[in-house]
Ligand binder design. Structure first.
Ligand code: IZC
Ligand code: ZN
Length: 410
């Protein structure tokens, strides 16, 4: 064994290699006075203290809480500029979609992202990823969608590939060319849908730059029919599907996600009972984004109704420069308890194993189990409740990725 982590006051982790749905969402393994062994970057022992075990290095965890490394399964973290100038419009009561319709919002970030060089985007994204990791995130997802033309979507996706390779955290890539209609196609919606299907998707699939394809299915953005065509084209090319569904209006995004066999549907603030049942029947994971509800001053998704219906719930930040300029997954964890009324155990599963499942990595991360990547957080906390109860401070004390500590706040 390369390393033994001993004197873990409480080890809390979901178990398994698939999403935990329904009642299972809240069933986690809790081990007191635990010990964890690491060999070749993977967990090789997980259990109670065992004095017979030895290793090249032994770390005393000070009686603190240990959980799996957090998984942030939904971010738009590669972008040029910021959008603080929209703050005054927001304060005057101008809605998110009205800002977009007037050429701002996503389209503002598209302008700034097109102007940025690949190196600028790379450096900025690396810094943001380090900030996320300092808060406990060891794996995340990142979407394109601020290029909205082939050249700039490829630029963003190359940045995602390079940060995945150049940073200890793992980053899963999602193509989201269907994030808005760029100004070149303002009066030619069909033309842009065709451009995505005929020009962008085949090139991106051929280069292997994205595992997932996501779409903003929403009033004034992509209709259900347009979304269906784009998603089916992506599926034919071997991409797994995700849908931004029912964030602002309940137009049937959740049902669409079920119909096309998406791995996940995201947001789901306004999803109907029918949408929840459709997701449950097809095993679509709900990726809920409470920081966005908070920031847009919207309702909070019906997390408990989804869990009761048998839908696996994951929780992520939605980090982006418009509707969620917050990359702190710990804040989303607080909101999960306070606003969704999830228990700490359900919320832990949502930001670890279920997040991993939403990006098809539940077999390699999202829980502390022998054989999985040694990704973990040691918290400045004595028990699990504490990290959901305190908010506003970074409670992650040490963060390990594949057996190496990259963060050690002392
Ligand atoms: O930049 O506003 N909702 N896409 C869909 C976003 C938020 C990101 C943005
Ligand atoms: Zn999003």
């Amino acid at each position: 064994m390369d390393m033994l982590l001993k004197n873990i006051g409480v080890l809390a982790t979901p178990v398994g290699t698939v999403a935990r749905a329904g009642q299972c969402q809240g069933e986690i393994r809790v081990i007191e006075n635990a010990m964890v062994g690491v060999t070749d970057g993977k967990f090789s022992y997980v259990g109670t203290f065992d004095e017979t075990l030895t290793a090249a290095s032994v770390i005393d965890c000070g009686g603190k809480l240990m959980t799996p490394g957090l998984v942030d399964a939904h971010t738009h973290m590669v972008f040029g500029g910021w959008r603080q100038k929209e703050m005054s419009l927001k304060l005057e009561g101008v809605s998110y979609l009205d800002i977009l319709k007037s050429g701002g919002g996503i389209l503002n970030t598209v302008e700034q992202t097109r102007q940025a060089t690949e190196e600028e985007l790379y450096d900025k994204t690396l810094r943001l990823l380090s900030e996320m990791m300092a808060l406990g995130v060891t794996t995340c997802e990142a979407k394109s969608g601020y290029g909205l033309d082939l050249e700039n979507e490829l630029k963003q996706l190359r940045v995602i590939k390079r940060v995945n390779e150049g940073h200890p955290a793992d980053v899963a890539a999602t193509f989201m060319g269907a994030h808005a209609f760029p100004k070149e196609f303002e009066n030619n919606r069909g033309g842009y849908v065709k451009y995505i299907i005929d020009e962008m998707l085949p090139k991106i699939a051929e280069k292997g730059l994205a595992k997932f394809c996501d779409i903003f299915t929403e009033t004034a953005v992509f209709t259900i029919d347009e979304s269906y065509d784009i998603l089916m084209a992506a599926k034919k090319l071997g991409l797994s599907l995700k849908v931004h569904a029912d964030e602002i209006d309940p137009i049937g995004g959740a049902q669409l996600a079920a119909r096309v066999g998406a791995i996940s549907a995201e947001h789901l603030i306004e999803t109907s009972d029918e949408g929840i049942l459709a997701m449950a029947s097809k095993g679509v994971i709900a990726v809920l984004l409470p920081s966005t509800s908070f920031y847009l001053d919207k309702d909070f998704a019906r997390a408990n109704d989804m869990i009761d219906a048998g839908v696996a719930v994951a929780i992520a930040t939605d980090f982006n420069p418009g509707s969620s300029p917050c990359l702190n997954l710990q804040f989303a964890m607080n909101l999960a308890c306070l606003k969704y009324k999830l228990t700490p155990a359900q919320a832990l599963t949502a930001v670890t194993l279920n997040g991993a499942a939403a990006i098809d990595r539940a077999d390699i991360c999202g829980s502390i189990e022998v054989g999985k990547m040694a990704d973990l957080v040691i918290w400045d906390a004595d028990d699990l409740d504490y990290i959901f109860y305190r908010y506003g401070s970074n409670l992650a004390k040490s963060v390990m990725k594949k057996g190496v500590f990259y963060v050690n706040h002392r």
